[in-house]
Write a protein that binds this ligand. Structure first.
Ligand SMILES: [Zn+2]
Length: 335
């Protein structure tokens, strides 16, 4: 009896819900153009913590004027993120604060994000003040084109500051496992008086970020090719540049504007109310409410899978680090 009495209101509820939900599903169908994902890795980071002696930290090189490499890399990385996002790039960062992720955590962040490009940001240092200029390191032969393009962009973008062109250099002991094209950018020497003075100015750090962006966009023309479509989509959806992400997929990049929130809420209320009424109206057991899915990480992989992958990366790295030649380890100390 109750079933029959509820038939008319239920039908009305479903039609109402469908009318509201239809435009929403059409909106969902117009997904944003697929952005290029770039992973940025500001080198070093962290501070000593007396309360937690095991906390990792690494200031990087200390400049002759006291500047710390870890702060410079983060400043340039954050600025570069903004510049790239303005061009429609999906930026993933290995760190956004004063922390020191391990080498495999940094690599894992970029790999899990399926980044198209991987850029580590460092600054150079030497035991004497003479060496100066911009150097781009690459970890595998297939990265030479990216490194060459990046070096040209640096020299061109920083020309007015007379930054010397130190070319590109193979540095295979650093990032060796990430599959995407990758470079380590060392735009100036903190140990050189000329370079170190420039590095204290926001103007130069911003110019460095802009030069690196030019290198990225010159190497991957897709970014500027799809930029108009992405910006048009953002305008149509009243969407600002996506929020920053620290790790792969840590935040949803699709935001609903406030104008979309109300109909969505109404649709949920109508459909939810209809479901409750339907459950009451129908015999027990005729509707099965599906249980929630097993918890998954924000990267889309289960925690177990992530842990296994992390252990695998750790094993590969530890065996790799043991196999490094002494001179490579010495060079690593320099950086
Ligand atoms: Zn460094």
């Amino acid at each position: 009896m109750a079933h029959r009495l509820l038939t008319v209101p239920l039908t009305a509820l479903f039609i109402g819900g469908a009318l509201i939900a239809a435009p929403l599903s059409m909106q969902a169908a117009s997904a944003p153009p697929t952005a290029v994902t770039v992973c940025l890795d500001p080198g070093h980071g962290g501070s000593p913590n007396p309360a937690n002696p095991s906390q990792p930290y690494d200031s990087g090189a200390i400049g002759i004027n006291g500047i710390e490499e870890k702060n410079l890399t983060l400043a340039v990385g954050l600025r570069l993120r903004t510049l790239l996002e303005e061009d429609g790039v999906h930026v993933v960062m290995t760190r956004t604060t004063n922390t020191d992720p391990s080498i495999y955590q940094r690599e894992e962040t970029c790999v899990m994000a399926k980044a198209a490009l991987f850029v580590s940001i460092h600054f150079n240092s030497f035991t004497s003040p003479q060496p100066e200029g911009a150097l781009v390191l690459y970890p595998k032969p297939s990265d030479i084109p990216f490194a060459t393009t990046m070096e040209h962009a640096l020299v061109s973008g920083l020309a007015k500051w007379n930054i010397a062109n130190d070319g590109i250099q193979f540095d295979g002991h650093w990032w060796t496992h990430a599959p995407m094209p990758q470079v380590t950018v060392e735009s100036a020497y903190v140990s050189n008086p000329h370079d170190a003075a420039l590095l204290t100015t926001t103007t130069f750090l911003n110019a460095d970020a802009a030069a690196i962006r030019s290198g990225i966009e010159a190497y991957d023309p897709t970014i500027l090719h799809i930029k108009p479509a992405i910006l048009a989509w953002r305008t149509a959806h009243h969407e600002a540049p996506p929020p920053s992400t620290t790790t792969a997929g840590s935040q949803s990049r699709t935001k609903h504007s406030s104008s979309n929130a109300l109909p969505l809420l109404l649709a949920l209320l109508v459909v939810g109310g209809a479901a409750v009424l339907l459950r009451r109206a129908l015999p027990k057991g005729s509707i099965r409410i599906r249980g929630s899915r097993p918890a998954r990480s924000q990267t889309g992989l289960s925690r177990t899978t992530l842990r296994q992958r992390h252990e695998l990366l750790g094993k590969r790295h530890s065996s790799y680090l043991r196999s490094r030649p002494p001179e490579a380890q010495a060079r690593r100390q320099k950086r």
